[in-house]
Design a protein around this ligand. Sequence first.
Ligand SMILES: Nc1nc2c(ncn2[C@@H]2O[C@H](COP(=O)(O)OP(=O)(O)OP(=O)(O)O)[C@@H](O)[C@H]2O)c(=O)[nH]1
Ligand code: SF4
Ligand SMILES: [Mg+2]
Length: 404
Amino acid sequence: MIQTPKSLTLHIGIFGRTNVGKSTLVNYITDQKTSIVSSVPGTTTDSVFKTMELLPIGPVTLIDTAGLDDKSMLAKERIEKTNHIFTMADVAVIVAEANEWTEYEKNLMAELSSRKTPVMILVNNYKNIELNNKFISEISKYKYQVSSIAKGQRDAFLNEFKKIIFEITPDEILNNLPLTDVIIKKYQTVVLVVPIDLGAPKGRIILPQVQMIRAILDINAIALIVKDSELKQCLDNFKMPPDLVICDSQVVKKVTDIVPKNIKVTTFSIIFTANRADISEMMNGIEKIKNLKPGDKILIAEACTHHASTDDIGRIKIPNLVKKYLGFDVHFDVTAGQEYPKNIKDYALVIHCGGCMINKKQMVSRMNYAVENNVPVTNYGIVLSFVNGVLERVMEPFKSLILK
Ligand SMILES: Nc1nc2c(ncn2[C@@H]2O[C@H](COP(=O)(O)OP(=O)(O)OP(=O)(O)O)[C@@H](O)[C@H]2O)c(=O)[nH]1
Ligand code: SF4
Ligand SMILES: [Mg+2]
């Protein structure tokens, strides 16, 4: 469990008015003092993330948020932080008081339903008020009433809580495999090309590659891992050609040159993006590259922060290759971390990383946000393949997903 990447856990957002008992509930579920509890409204300021195993669902991340009903200046910052959690919650729990369904809860429901986030309502029953079932039945059939300090009831509560969360979680989230059902079939052979250059982390293989190996094993296919320097020798040794070669985007040109035309090739980054975002939209972003003008601003968006190397893909390689392709200068900004800059409309294009550190919901939210602001989005792997003249070939395994 400790090893399961957070991006692959079900994200459960806990929302509700200040002082309604959200943090108490999180502590009750985790059986730990995960969040600070107090009778002062607005105690939780930064969202608190707690990952735990919740069988049969599997690993989940509980997100205790700050209430949004405080009108103070300080509350503004908290509200922004909680709004950010809407973008990543796969399912939501609204903690409410018995028989209190105010404008606040109604707005919360509207926000969550606009994001298609399934909701469970948890009524805090510590005042022992008999629940007027009617008011909540009209809103959701998924509800439960609990006093989150009643120790003797924790097991019964957890069983019911897990049952409801399991029921409301969409299947595609519960069985989220990196598109292996579209591009790889049972018993097929896949060669993974993993360059071990100076930029590679010492002593380990990076997360998207590890996740891909696991996904291939999960569908009973065969994974063979090789560096780009040994790829030709590896392919020459096959009696039957492999069904697919997946490579790091940075060696896509070299790999497509080596791999015979009858063998399909794509990149890790494209598989992850296709699994987590609208690949047709990403292809529209490529159309935009063709029409960029001198001086246009491009946003390189990375979903996590890391120390950039001297030949960093987002800061150095992609900007240089795009400028070379265009034959004139354009301006690149980099944003790293979970939020976009406020002036997103100033950009002609967003080039997004594979987003391996964020969940699918967040990746989709980030894409939608740019598109809603009329800024086309594309992806690292797609851009690198495009400027290297091999886009058509690496997109071939996904053609059933691309809308013309
Ligand atoms: N007696 C009793 N008190 C509870 C229960 N749930 C919450 N409380 C109390 O209600 C107060 C607020 O609880 P919190 O869990 O801090 O509420 P919150 O929703 O996280 O509040 P903010 O972080 O301010 O948004 C605390 O004093 C809790 O001890 C309960 O089931 N029984
Ligand atoms: S920058 Fe993006 S692709 Fe790279 S590690 Fe972070 S989230 Fe993953
Ligand atoms: Mg709290």
